[in-house]
Design a protein around this ligand. Structure first.
Ligand code: SF4
Length: 336
């Protein structure tokens, strides 16, 4: 058996049963692929099922209200992915007469769809001979070929994609792509711990044969994460839900709701004058504690003040309601 045959037959016998694998509907494949970016499979499943139930097709997604969309996405993070989904759905209606584009080229014109997602949709939903190259595939590749090049380089990725397309089975490109990704997720694991003894393509693997698996992919310096100090306020009026305000549309977590905050750590004395400058008075004990939230490129080091308050509601502040999407970074500040 050749490499592709071995890989695909292993995949067909060992793949995880995931809801988006039971369909070839391009809309479903697309939603799952966008949700799976930067998010674990087990975390995505309930989000995916709820999303598809509420927004079963492109017209439903194009028509959804922004706040409801953000609410469906709440907890997944990287909210720009959700707004790009809606923008792309509108594009499919206006530019493609509602017909889901099938070629990589057309898919790449849609907001939020990059080379990996375009190839995944084109191959899995439409059987197009496009290799989908994500982090899992690159890791497997670097070990198979003992490829020590910088895998973050666009030209290296392009070259790898081209080589994979030369071995992609014409009758089953989607299964091949899914199998490569599944091999990376289940067997050829990251951080130097692949399970080579259970690998269906070990006989084709350069690093396994040479005993150099731990050298691939070649380690690279990770950019440092920026640490940002913040003070976050959990303020309740008459024991209602904590007060929130709307974030600006642009930038990180744009358009979502947040607890009021300041971009540095402040003392309890400064907190009291902050309250008074907003026409509020503390009622009862002030709780103070620390919370942390880690994004890909930054880390929020948060000091939280939590107290009941009286006074008049500052403009633009509201008690948090069920339908208001609140990012995990802020939700994590609620007292335990
Ligand atoms: Fe990865 Fe080991 Fe398989 Fe090579 S043999 S592809 S290193 S799991």
């Amino acid at each position: 058996m050749c490499f592709a045959e071995k890989l695909i037959s292993w995949y067909q016998a060992n793949r995880r049963d995931l809801p988006w694998r039971r369909t070839s509907d391009p809309y479903h494949i697309w939603i799952s692929e966008i949700m799976l970016q930067q998010t674990r499979v087990s975390a995505v499943v309930p989000y995916y099922l709820r999303f598809i139930r509420r927004l079963p097709d492109v017209p439903a997604l194009a028509a959804v209200k922004d706040d409801e969309l953000r609410k469906l996405w709440e907890g997944l993070g990287y909210y720009s992915r959700a707004s790009n989904l809606k923008r792309a759905a509108c594009c499919i209606l206006s530019e493609f007469s509602g017909v889901f584009p099938s070629s990589e080229q057309d898919l790449l014109t849609l907001p939020g769809i990059g080379p990996y997602t375009a190839a995944a949709i084109a191959s899995i939903a439409f059987g197009r001979p496009a290799a989908a190259v994500d982090g899992n595939v690159l890791r497997v590749w670097s070990r198979l070929r003992e490829d020590a090049r910088d895998l973050t380089s666009a030209s290296v990725r392009k070259e790898i994609k081209k080589t994979l397309e030369s071995i992609l089975p014409a009758d089953n490109p989607g299964e091949f792509n899914s199998a490569m990704m599944e091999l990376g997720a289940l067997v050829c694991l990251p951080n130097g711990a692949p399970v080579c003894a259970s690998c269906p393509v070990a006989s084709f693997c350069g690093a396994c044969g040479a005993g150099t698996v731990s050298c691939f992919p070649s380690p690279r310096q990770k950019p440092e994460r920026r640490v940002i100090d913040k003070t976050v306020f959990i303020l309740r009026m008459q024991n209602e839900a904590p007060l929130v305000c709307r974030r600006e549309e642009k930038g990180l977590l744009g358009g979502l709701w947040q607890f009021p905050d300041l971009p540095s750590h402040i003392s309890e004395f400064e907190f009291l004058s902050y309250l008074s400058s907003h026409g509020l008075r503390p009622e009862g004990e002030i709780l103070q504690y620390a919370k942390k939230h880690i994004f890909t490129h930054q880390e929020w080091n948060m000091r939280v003040y939590c107290v009941s308050v009286s006074g008049s509601l500052p403009e633009g502040w509201f008690p948090l309601a069920e339908e208001m999407p609140l990012p995990t970074a802020y939700r994590t500040c609620l007292p335990e």
